[in-house]
Design a protein around this ligand. Structure first.
Ligand code: PLP
Length: 437
Protein backbone atom coordinates (compact mmCIF):
# COMPACT_ATOMS: atom_id res chain seq x y z
CA UNK A 1 0.00 0.00 0.00
CA UNK A 2 1.13 3.55 -0.66
CA UNK A 3 2.34 5.99 2.00
CA UNK A 4 -0.54 7.61 3.82
CA UNK A 5 -0.30 10.05 6.70
CA UNK A 6 -2.41 7.95 9.03
CA UNK A 7 -1.21 6.04 12.09
CA UNK A 8 -1.50 2.26 12.54
CA UNK A 9 -4.33 2.86 15.02
CA UNK A 10 -6.17 5.13 12.59
CA UNK A 11 -5.76 2.53 9.86
CA UNK A 12 -7.39 -0.10 12.06
CA UNK A 13 -10.30 2.19 12.93
CA UNK A 14 -10.91 3.00 9.26
CA UNK A 15 -10.68 -0.67 8.22
CA UNK A 16 -13.15 -1.73 10.89
CA UNK A 17 -15.54 1.02 9.69
CA UNK A 18 -15.60 2.87 13.01
CA UNK A 19 -15.99 6.66 13.16
CA UNK A 20 -12.76 8.63 13.19
CA UNK A 21 -11.55 12.23 13.30
CA UNK A 22 -8.50 12.72 11.11
CA UNK A 23 -6.51 15.96 11.16
CA UNK A 24 -4.85 17.15 7.97
CA UNK A 25 -1.08 17.48 8.50
CA UNK A 26 -0.80 19.59 5.39
CA UNK A 27 -3.24 22.21 6.62
CA UNK A 28 -1.61 25.63 6.13
CA UNK A 29 1.53 24.14 4.58
CA UNK A 30 2.60 25.73 1.32
CA UNK A 31 1.67 23.74 -1.78
CA UNK A 32 2.97 23.92 -5.32
CA UNK A 33 1.48 26.79 -7.33
CA UNK A 34 0.33 24.38 -10.04
CA UNK A 35 -2.14 22.79 -7.62
CA UNK A 36 -3.77 26.12 -6.75
CA UNK A 37 -6.79 27.05 -8.86
CA UNK A 38 -6.85 30.59 -10.21
CA UNK A 39 -8.71 33.05 -8.02
CA UNK A 40 -9.81 34.93 -11.17
CA UNK A 41 -11.93 31.93 -12.09
CA UNK A 42 -13.68 32.21 -8.74
CA UNK A 43 -14.78 35.78 -9.48
CA UNK A 44 -15.57 34.86 -13.07
CA UNK A 45 -17.90 32.08 -11.90
CA UNK A 46 -19.76 34.52 -9.69
CA UNK A 47 -20.02 37.02 -12.57
CA UNK A 48 -21.24 34.30 -14.95
CA UNK A 49 -24.04 33.26 -12.61
CA UNK A 50 -25.06 36.95 -12.38
CA UNK A 51 -25.04 37.33 -16.17
CA UNK A 52 -27.16 34.21 -16.49
CA UNK A 53 -29.64 35.16 -13.76
CA UNK A 54 -32.28 36.63 -16.15
CA UNK A 55 -31.97 33.50 -18.31
CA UNK A 56 -32.38 31.20 -15.32
CA UNK A 57 -35.37 33.19 -14.15
CA UNK A 58 -36.97 32.69 -17.56
CA UNK A 59 -36.22 28.94 -17.62
CA UNK A 60 -37.25 28.30 -14.00
CA UNK A 61 -40.19 30.37 -12.73
CA UNK A 62 -39.40 29.28 -9.15
CA UNK A 63 -36.40 31.63 -9.33
CA UNK A 64 -38.61 34.69 -9.66
CA UNK A 65 -38.29 35.74 -5.98
CA UNK A 66 -34.47 35.61 -6.14
CA UNK A 67 -34.34 37.23 -9.62
CA UNK A 68 -32.60 34.21 -11.09
CA UNK A 69 -30.04 33.56 -8.38
CA UNK A 70 -29.96 29.97 -7.17
CA UNK A 71 -29.48 30.45 -3.44
CA UNK A 72 -30.54 28.91 -0.15
CA UNK A 73 -31.19 30.44 3.23
CA UNK A 74 -29.01 30.43 6.33
CA UNK A 75 -31.13 29.24 9.23
CA UNK A 76 -30.41 29.95 12.90
CA UNK A 77 -31.02 26.69 14.72
CA UNK A 78 -31.01 27.32 18.48
CA UNK A 79 -32.82 24.18 19.52
CA UNK A 80 -30.56 21.97 17.48
CA UNK A 81 -27.58 23.94 18.81
CA UNK A 82 -28.37 23.10 22.41
CA UNK A 83 -28.64 19.44 21.46
CA UNK A 84 -25.64 18.88 19.18
CA UNK A 85 -23.13 21.54 20.10
CA UNK A 86 -21.26 21.01 23.37
CA UNK A 87 -18.66 23.67 22.48
CA UNK A 88 -20.68 26.85 22.87
CA UNK A 89 -21.29 29.56 20.30
CA UNK A 90 -24.11 29.61 17.78
CA UNK A 91 -25.31 27.25 15.07
CA UNK A 92 -26.65 28.03 11.62
CA UNK A 93 -27.77 25.58 8.95
CA UNK A 94 -26.90 26.28 5.32
CA UNK A 95 -30.08 25.10 3.64
CA UNK A 96 -28.79 23.73 0.32
CA UNK A 97 -31.15 20.78 0.80
CA UNK A 98 -33.73 23.30 -0.36
CA UNK A 99 -31.74 24.83 -3.22
CA UNK A 100 -34.19 25.61 -6.03
CA UNK A 101 -34.10 23.90 -9.44
CA UNK A 102 -32.16 20.79 -8.37
CA UNK A 103 -32.95 20.24 -4.68
CA UNK A 104 -29.33 19.69 -3.71
CA UNK A 105 -25.92 21.31 -3.53
CA UNK A 106 -25.36 20.02 -7.10
CA UNK A 107 -27.44 22.93 -8.37
CA UNK A 108 -24.43 25.14 -7.73
CA UNK A 109 -21.65 23.33 -9.59
CA UNK A 110 -23.71 21.44 -12.16
CA UNK A 111 -25.71 24.37 -13.44
CA UNK A 112 -22.62 26.56 -13.57
CA UNK A 113 -20.74 24.08 -15.73
CA UNK A 114 -23.60 23.61 -18.22
CA UNK A 115 -23.90 27.41 -18.45
CA UNK A 116 -20.16 27.64 -19.18
CA UNK A 117 -20.59 25.24 -22.08
CA UNK A 118 -23.73 26.94 -23.39
CA UNK A 119 -22.11 30.38 -23.15
CA UNK A 120 -18.99 29.26 -25.01
CA UNK A 121 -21.06 27.67 -27.80
CA UNK A 122 -23.31 30.72 -28.13
CA UNK A 123 -20.34 33.10 -28.31
CA UNK A 124 -18.60 30.93 -30.90
CA UNK A 125 -21.71 30.70 -33.10
CA UNK A 126 -22.60 34.39 -32.82
CA UNK A 127 -25.81 33.87 -30.86
CA UNK A 128 -24.28 35.90 -28.06
CA UNK A 129 -22.38 38.91 -29.33
CA UNK A 130 -20.33 39.28 -26.16
CA UNK A 131 -20.57 38.77 -22.44
CA UNK A 132 -22.53 42.00 -22.01
CA UNK A 133 -25.34 40.80 -24.29
CA UNK A 134 -28.75 39.81 -22.96
CA UNK A 135 -28.37 36.18 -21.93
CA UNK A 136 -32.09 35.49 -22.37
CA UNK A 137 -31.15 34.88 -26.00
CA UNK A 138 -29.87 31.49 -24.80
CA UNK A 139 -33.52 30.49 -24.40
CA UNK A 140 -34.40 31.52 -27.98
CA UNK A 141 -35.21 29.13 -30.82
CA UNK A 142 -31.88 29.61 -32.65
CA UNK A 143 -29.99 28.85 -29.42
CA UNK A 144 -32.08 25.75 -28.75
CA UNK A 145 -31.46 24.63 -32.34
CA UNK A 146 -27.73 24.95 -31.75
CA UNK A 147 -27.75 23.24 -28.36
CA UNK A 148 -29.86 20.34 -29.65
CA UNK A 149 -26.90 19.28 -31.81
CA UNK A 150 -24.83 18.64 -28.69
CA UNK A 151 -24.98 16.00 -25.99
CA UNK A 152 -24.09 16.74 -22.37
CA UNK A 153 -22.99 13.59 -20.54
CA UNK A 154 -22.33 13.01 -16.85
CA UNK A 155 -21.76 10.16 -14.38
CA UNK A 156 -23.55 10.39 -11.05
CA UNK A 157 -24.71 8.73 -7.84
CA UNK A 158 -27.97 10.65 -8.42
CA UNK A 159 -27.94 14.30 -7.53
CA UNK A 160 -25.37 15.55 -10.04
CA UNK A 161 -27.29 13.74 -12.76
CA UNK A 162 -30.47 15.41 -11.57
CA UNK A 163 -28.89 18.85 -11.68
CA UNK A 164 -27.23 18.43 -15.10
CA UNK A 165 -30.27 16.71 -16.57
CA UNK A 166 -32.59 19.50 -15.48
CA UNK A 167 -30.51 22.43 -16.73
CA UNK A 168 -29.25 20.56 -19.81
CA UNK A 169 -32.73 19.60 -21.01
CA UNK A 170 -34.11 23.06 -20.14
CA UNK A 171 -31.57 24.63 -22.52
CA UNK A 172 -32.33 22.07 -25.25
CA UNK A 173 -29.22 19.89 -25.02
CA UNK A 174 -29.44 16.15 -25.46
CA UNK A 175 -28.51 14.85 -22.03
CA UNK A 176 -27.21 11.48 -20.92
CA UNK A 177 -26.76 10.51 -17.27
CA UNK A 178 -24.78 7.43 -16.30
CA UNK A 179 -26.05 6.37 -12.88
CA UNK A 180 -24.17 4.22 -10.38
CA UNK A 181 -25.90 1.38 -8.56
CA UNK A 182 -26.47 3.67 -5.53
CA UNK A 183 -28.76 5.99 -7.48
CA UNK A 184 -32.36 6.06 -6.33
CA UNK A 185 -35.10 4.96 -8.72
CA UNK A 186 -37.11 8.16 -8.29
CA UNK A 187 -34.19 10.30 -9.41
CA UNK A 188 -33.95 8.30 -12.64
CA UNK A 189 -37.69 8.49 -13.26
CA UNK A 190 -37.71 12.22 -12.68
CA UNK A 191 -35.01 12.63 -15.32
CA UNK A 192 -36.65 10.34 -17.86
CA UNK A 193 -39.78 12.42 -17.61
CA UNK A 194 -37.70 15.35 -18.83
CA UNK A 195 -36.42 13.40 -21.81
CA UNK A 196 -33.01 12.69 -20.32
CA UNK A 197 -31.43 9.38 -21.33
CA UNK A 198 -30.56 7.53 -18.13
CA UNK A 199 -28.09 4.66 -18.32
CA UNK A 200 -28.18 2.42 -15.25
CA UNK A 201 -24.93 0.77 -14.21
CA UNK A 202 -24.51 -2.12 -11.88
CA UNK A 203 -21.29 -0.59 -10.62
CA UNK A 204 -20.09 2.08 -8.23
CA UNK A 205 -19.74 5.74 -9.00
CA UNK A 206 -16.18 5.62 -10.36
CA UNK A 207 -17.10 2.95 -12.90
CA UNK A 208 -20.30 4.73 -13.99
CA UNK A 209 -18.28 7.89 -14.52
CA UNK A 210 -15.71 6.01 -16.61
CA UNK A 211 -18.48 4.53 -18.80
CA UNK A 212 -19.84 8.03 -19.38
CA UNK A 213 -16.39 9.34 -20.19
CA UNK A 214 -15.78 6.61 -22.78
CA UNK A 215 -19.15 7.11 -24.46
CA UNK A 216 -18.77 10.88 -24.55
CA UNK A 217 -15.20 10.79 -25.89
CA UNK A 218 -16.36 8.70 -28.84
CA UNK A 219 -18.74 11.48 -29.95
CA UNK A 220 -17.25 14.80 -31.12
CA UNK A 221 -20.49 16.65 -30.34
CA UNK A 222 -20.53 15.37 -26.80
CA UNK A 223 -19.46 17.34 -23.75
CA UNK A 224 -18.49 15.30 -20.72
CA UNK A 225 -18.90 16.83 -17.28
CA UNK A 226 -16.04 15.31 -15.39
CA UNK A 227 -16.76 15.28 -11.68
CA UNK A 228 -13.24 13.99 -11.01
CA UNK A 229 -11.42 16.95 -12.53
CA UNK A 230 -13.61 19.90 -13.34
CA UNK A 231 -12.57 23.45 -12.45
CA UNK A 232 -15.96 24.68 -13.75
CA UNK A 233 -17.92 22.54 -11.31
CA UNK A 234 -15.52 23.42 -8.51
CA UNK A 235 -15.82 27.17 -9.06
CA UNK A 236 -19.60 26.96 -9.33
CA UNK A 237 -19.59 25.40 -5.89
CA UNK A 238 -17.08 27.97 -4.60
CA UNK A 239 -19.48 30.85 -5.32
CA UNK A 240 -21.50 29.64 -2.31
CA UNK A 241 -18.80 31.17 -0.11
CA UNK A 242 -19.47 34.67 -1.46
CA UNK A 243 -23.17 34.21 -0.88
CA UNK A 244 -22.59 32.94 2.67
CA UNK A 245 -20.38 35.93 3.39
CA UNK A 246 -23.23 38.27 2.41
CA UNK A 247 -25.70 36.31 4.53
CA UNK A 248 -23.46 36.44 7.59
CA UNK A 249 -22.93 40.18 7.11
CA UNK A 250 -26.68 40.74 6.81
CA UNK A 251 -27.12 39.00 10.16
CA UNK A 252 -24.30 41.04 11.73
CA UNK A 253 -22.28 37.93 12.42
CA UNK A 254 -18.59 38.60 12.70
CA UNK A 255 -15.93 36.20 11.49
CA UNK A 256 -12.44 37.13 12.71
CA UNK A 257 -9.66 35.78 14.95
CA UNK A 258 -11.90 36.11 18.01
CA UNK A 259 -15.00 34.81 16.22
CA UNK A 260 -13.97 31.60 14.49
CA UNK A 261 -16.25 29.99 11.91
CA UNK A 262 -16.50 26.18 11.68
CA UNK A 263 -18.05 24.63 8.58
CA UNK A 264 -18.94 20.93 8.25
CA UNK A 265 -19.26 19.70 4.67
CA UNK A 266 -20.56 16.32 3.47
CA UNK A 267 -18.04 14.92 0.97
CA UNK A 268 -18.39 12.48 -1.90
CA UNK A 269 -15.87 12.78 -4.72
CA UNK A 270 -14.86 16.15 -3.24
CA UNK A 271 -15.95 18.81 -5.73
CA UNK A 272 -18.76 20.43 -3.78
CA UNK A 273 -17.11 20.56 -0.33
CA UNK A 274 -13.75 21.30 -1.96
CA UNK A 275 -15.07 24.24 -3.95
CA UNK A 276 -16.84 25.69 -0.93
CA UNK A 277 -13.70 25.28 1.18
CA UNK A 278 -11.66 27.03 -1.50
CA UNK A 279 -14.08 29.96 -1.59
CA UNK A 280 -14.37 30.24 2.18
CA UNK A 281 -10.59 30.22 2.66
CA UNK A 282 -10.22 32.96 0.02
CA UNK A 283 -12.67 35.09 1.97
CA UNK A 284 -12.11 34.26 5.64
CA UNK A 285 -8.59 32.88 5.55
CA UNK A 286 -7.39 31.37 8.86
CA UNK A 287 -10.61 32.40 10.62
CA UNK A 288 -12.64 29.66 8.97
CA UNK A 289 -12.12 25.98 9.77
CA UNK A 290 -13.47 23.53 7.19
CA UNK A 291 -14.04 19.85 7.91
CA UNK A 292 -15.27 17.23 5.46
CA UNK A 293 -17.67 14.53 6.65
CA UNK A 294 -17.98 11.04 5.15
CA UNK A 295 -19.69 7.72 5.85
CA UNK A 296 -17.47 5.15 7.62
CA UNK A 297 -18.01 2.94 4.56
CA UNK A 298 -16.77 5.54 2.05
CA UNK A 299 -14.01 7.76 3.51
CA UNK A 300 -12.50 8.42 0.08
CA UNK A 301 -11.58 12.07 0.71
CA UNK A 302 -9.88 11.10 3.97
CA UNK A 303 -7.72 8.59 2.08
CA UNK A 304 -7.15 11.08 -0.72
CA UNK A 305 -6.08 13.89 1.59
CA UNK A 306 -3.87 11.53 3.61
CA UNK A 307 -2.02 10.60 0.43
CA UNK A 308 0.87 12.38 -1.20
CA UNK A 309 0.43 15.36 -3.52
CA UNK A 310 0.08 14.69 -7.24
CA UNK A 311 -0.56 10.98 -6.76
CA UNK A 312 -3.71 8.97 -7.41
CA UNK A 313 -5.87 8.78 -4.28
CA UNK A 314 -6.13 5.44 -2.48
CA UNK A 315 -9.49 3.73 -2.92
CA UNK A 316 -11.66 2.67 0.02
CA UNK A 317 -11.70 -0.87 -1.40
CA UNK A 318 -7.98 -1.15 -0.57
CA UNK A 319 -9.11 -0.77 3.05
CA UNK A 320 -11.59 -3.59 2.73
CA UNK A 321 -14.55 -1.20 2.82
CA UNK A 322 -17.67 -1.82 0.76
CA UNK A 323 -19.13 1.61 -0.02
CA UNK A 324 -22.26 0.27 1.62
CA UNK A 325 -24.19 3.28 2.94
CA UNK A 326 -27.62 4.90 2.75
CA UNK A 327 -25.85 8.22 2.17
CA UNK A 328 -26.03 7.77 -1.60
CA UNK A 329 -24.73 11.29 -2.31
CA UNK A 330 -21.51 10.39 -0.50
CA UNK A 331 -21.09 6.81 -1.74
CA UNK A 332 -17.84 7.28 -3.66
CA UNK A 333 -14.92 4.85 -3.62
CA UNK A 334 -12.11 7.07 -4.85
CA UNK A 335 -11.74 10.83 -4.34
CA UNK A 336 -10.94 13.35 -7.03
CA UNK A 337 -7.17 13.77 -7.17
CA UNK A 338 -7.62 17.23 -8.59
CA UNK A 339 -9.73 18.35 -5.63
CA UNK A 340 -7.35 16.74 -3.13
CA UNK A 341 -4.47 18.72 -4.58
CA UNK A 342 -6.50 21.93 -4.79
CA UNK A 343 -7.52 21.78 -1.12
CA UNK A 344 -4.50 20.07 0.41
CA UNK A 345 -3.43 23.06 2.51
CA UNK A 346 -6.94 24.43 3.10
CA UNK A 347 -8.79 21.58 4.76
CA UNK A 348 -8.60 21.21 8.56
CA UNK A 349 -9.60 17.56 8.69
CA UNK A 350 -12.12 14.83 7.92
CA UNK A 351 -14.47 12.93 10.20
CA UNK A 352 -16.56 9.87 9.49
CA UNK A 353 -19.91 8.65 10.79
CA UNK A 354 -22.01 5.49 10.75
CA UNK A 355 -25.35 5.39 8.95
CA UNK A 356 -26.98 5.01 12.37
CA UNK A 357 -25.51 8.37 13.39
CA UNK A 358 -26.78 9.96 10.16
CA UNK A 359 -30.31 8.77 10.88
CA UNK A 360 -30.09 10.16 14.42
CA UNK A 361 -29.16 13.58 13.02
CA UNK A 362 -31.92 13.30 10.40
CA UNK A 363 -34.35 12.72 13.30
CA UNK A 364 -33.06 15.73 15.27
CA UNK A 365 -33.32 17.99 12.23
CA UNK A 366 -36.93 16.94 11.75
CA UNK A 367 -38.07 17.04 15.37
CA UNK A 368 -36.19 20.15 16.53
CA UNK A 369 -36.14 22.31 13.39
CA UNK A 370 -38.76 20.70 11.13
CA UNK A 371 -36.18 20.32 8.38
CA UNK A 372 -36.33 17.31 6.05
CA UNK A 373 -33.06 16.15 4.50
CA UNK A 374 -31.70 13.01 2.89
CA UNK A 375 -29.32 10.91 5.04
CA UNK A 376 -26.17 12.27 3.30
CA UNK A 377 -27.05 15.80 4.27
CA UNK A 378 -27.46 15.08 7.99
CA UNK A 379 -23.80 14.20 8.51
CA UNK A 380 -22.69 17.83 9.00
CA UNK A 381 -24.65 17.98 12.25
CA UNK A 382 -22.04 15.76 13.88
CA UNK A 383 -19.37 18.42 13.43
CA UNK A 384 -19.45 20.20 16.80
CA UNK A 385 -19.43 16.89 18.74
CA UNK A 386 -16.53 15.74 16.57
CA UNK A 387 -14.46 18.59 18.01
CA UNK A 388 -14.96 17.13 21.50
CA UNK A 389 -12.90 14.03 20.60
CA UNK A 390 -9.22 13.83 21.44
CA UNK A 391 -8.25 14.74 17.88
CA UNK A 392 -10.79 17.56 17.81
CA UNK A 393 -9.46 19.01 21.06
CA UNK A 394 -5.93 18.76 19.71
CA UNK A 395 -7.02 20.81 16.72
CA UNK A 396 -8.67 23.47 18.88
CA UNK A 397 -5.63 23.74 21.16
CA UNK A 398 -3.03 23.88 18.41
CA UNK A 399 -4.96 26.68 16.68
CA UNK A 400 -5.61 28.60 19.93
CA UNK A 401 -9.35 28.26 19.61
CA UNK A 402 -10.25 26.72 22.96
CA UNK A 403 -10.84 30.09 24.64
CA UNK A 404 -12.74 31.55 21.74
CA UNK A 405 -15.47 28.98 21.49
CA UNK A 406 -18.19 31.05 23.13
CA UNK A 407 -17.92 33.39 20.14
CA UNK A 408 -17.75 30.58 17.60
CA UNK A 409 -20.19 30.02 14.75
CA UNK A 410 -20.90 26.49 13.50
CA UNK A 411 -22.43 25.70 10.11
CA UNK A 412 -23.45 22.16 9.16
CA UNK A 413 -24.00 22.33 5.39
CA UNK A 414 -27.28 20.60 4.53
CA UNK A 415 -26.70 19.35 1.01
CA UNK A 416 -29.81 17.59 -0.28
CA UNK A 417 -33.35 16.54 0.39
CA UNK A 418 -36.18 18.74 -0.86
CA UNK A 419 -36.76 16.64 -4.00
CA UNK A 420 -37.00 13.37 -2.06
CA UNK A 421 -40.55 12.01 -2.59
CA UNK A 422 -42.57 12.06 0.58
CA UNK A 423 -42.99 8.29 0.87
CA UNK A 424 -39.22 7.91 0.57
CA UNK A 425 -38.66 10.51 3.28
CA UNK A 426 -41.20 8.78 5.51
CA UNK A 427 -39.15 5.59 5.21
CA UNK A 428 -36.02 7.49 6.24
CA UNK A 429 -37.86 9.03 9.14
CA UNK A 430 -39.30 5.72 10.34
CA UNK A 431 -35.79 4.28 10.40
CA UNK A 432 -34.53 7.41 12.13
CA UNK A 433 -37.21 7.14 14.82
CA UNK A 434 -36.30 3.52 15.44
CA UNK A 435 -32.61 4.39 15.82
CA UNK A 436 -33.25 7.45 18.01
CA UNK A 437 -35.89 6.47 20.54
C1 PLP B 1 -22.90 15.13 -4.18
C2 PLP B 1 -23.35 15.35 -2.81
C3 PLP B 1 -22.46 15.72 -1.81
C4 PLP B 1 -20.97 15.83 -1.98
O1 PLP B 1 -20.47 16.42 -3.14
P1 PLP B 1 -19.17 15.88 -3.87
O2 PLP B 1 -18.86 16.88 -4.91
O3 PLP B 1 -19.50 14.53 -4.45
O4 PLP B 1 -18.11 15.72 -2.82
C5 PLP B 1 -23.00 15.93 -0.56
N1 PLP B 1 -24.31 15.78 -0.31
C6 PLP B 1 -25.20 15.44 -1.25
C7 PLP B 1 -26.64 15.29 -0.89
C8 PLP B 1 -24.74 15.22 -2.54
O5 PLP B 1 -25.63 14.85 -3.49
Amino acid sequence: MRTLSITQDERKIIQSSQPIVWLNENYQNPVSASATPEVDEFYEAEARLKRCAPLLQRLFPELEPSHGLIESSLIKADRLNSKINPLGGSLFLKADHDLPVAGSIKARGGIHEVLCFAEALALKHGILENKDSDYCVLASEPARGLFSQYTVTVGSTGNLGLSIGIIGSALGFKTVVHMSSDAKQWKMERLRRRGVRVVEHNTDYGAALEAGRLEANADPNSYFIDDERSPNLFMGYAVAAKRLQAQLEALNIKVDADHPLFVYLPAGVGGAPGGITYGLKKIFNDNVHCFFAEPVQAPCMLLGMAGEPDTAPTSIYEFGLKNDTDADGLAVGTASQWVCDATRNLLSGVYTATDEQLYQQLYLLKTLENIEVEPSAAIGCLGPAMLMTEAGQKYLESHHLTHRLENSVHIPWLTGGSFVPDEEYQRYLAKAVKLST
